[in-house]
Write a protein that binds this ligand. Structure first.
Ligand code: FMN
Length: 218
């Protein structure tokens, strides 16, 4: 038997779901969202608190939204017990952050930085990662990540005010580091980068390039 949010149902029955998302408990809606919008890239965000403590956290509500200005966005979500994540508090205080690209070689460390450590804990130390100075922002880069976008806060957009709501953080990337280890012919090569993405539940994924190519491109 499956324990579905709609009452028990048999696992071998073909069932479809029609549901009103405006009344569904947010935790259930969240599971449908993260199981459906897959795979999601991961912003591995480094910040510094007003007290000078370095912080790292992964966010898979993440994407790029423009090239000039170059805008990256991610969304920390509020829960009953954590209405504001440390990353968001730090960005409100400093107006700066670094989006580091998460890759296979640091999957375990990235996953570890997703745990709810208290604000006083330096997650570089906890996860055994190396803070590297950024070129133009005060937050450190993660040295183990081969691509780092240094960002200044562009806009904070609250997407609600209750548990389950997010704040969309839009950053203008003002400086970019790319390690030569992931470059081929001056371009980022996915097979060298080996990025990781988040799936539903506790699962991660790696991208696989398909043979089919865009018909209107070389
Ligand atoms: C791969 C991964 C992706 C995550 N994506 C998000 C996300 O998009 N939004 C969010 O609020 N939390 C997300 N989390 C959970 C946060 O990383 C977690 O709450 C973390 O403790 C926040 O840290 P902070 O308080 O230092 O900002 C994710 C966790 C993992 C492991």
């Amino acid at each position: 038997m499956l324990k579905a949010p709609f009452g028990p149902c048999r696992a071998d029955e073909e069932i479809s779901i029609e549901t009103d998302l405006t009344t569904l408990p947010w935790e259930v809606a969240y599971k449908f969202l993260i199981g459906s919008v897959i795979p999601r890239p991961i912003a591995w965000v480094s910040t510094t608190s007003a007290d000078g403590i370095n912080n790292i956290a992964p966010f898979s509500f993440f994407n790029g939204f423009g090239a000039a200005p170059l805008i990256l966005g991610f969304a920390p979500m509020a829960t009953e017990d954590r209405p504001q994540k440390d990353t968001l508090a730090n960005i409100r205080a400093s107006g700066e952050f670094v989006v580091n690209i998460a890759t296979e070689s640091t999957l375990q460390q990235m996953d570890a930085t997703g745990r709810p450590y208290p604000a006083e804990v330096d997650e570089f130390v906890v996860a055994g990662l190396t803070p590297a100075p950024a070129a133009v922002v005060s937050a450190p880069r993660i040295a183990e990540s081969p691509i780092n976008f240094e960002c200044r806060l562009f806009a904070l957009i609250p997407l609600g005010d209750a548990a389950g709501s997010s704040t969309l953080v839009l950053g203008r990337a003002v400086h970019l580091h790319i390690s030569d280890t992931v470059l081929r012919d001056g371009k980022v090569d996915a097979t060298l980068l080996k990025p990781v993405a988040r799936m539903g539940g506790p699962f991660y994924a790696r991208p696989e390039t398909l043979a089919f190519r865009r018909a209107d491109r070389e």
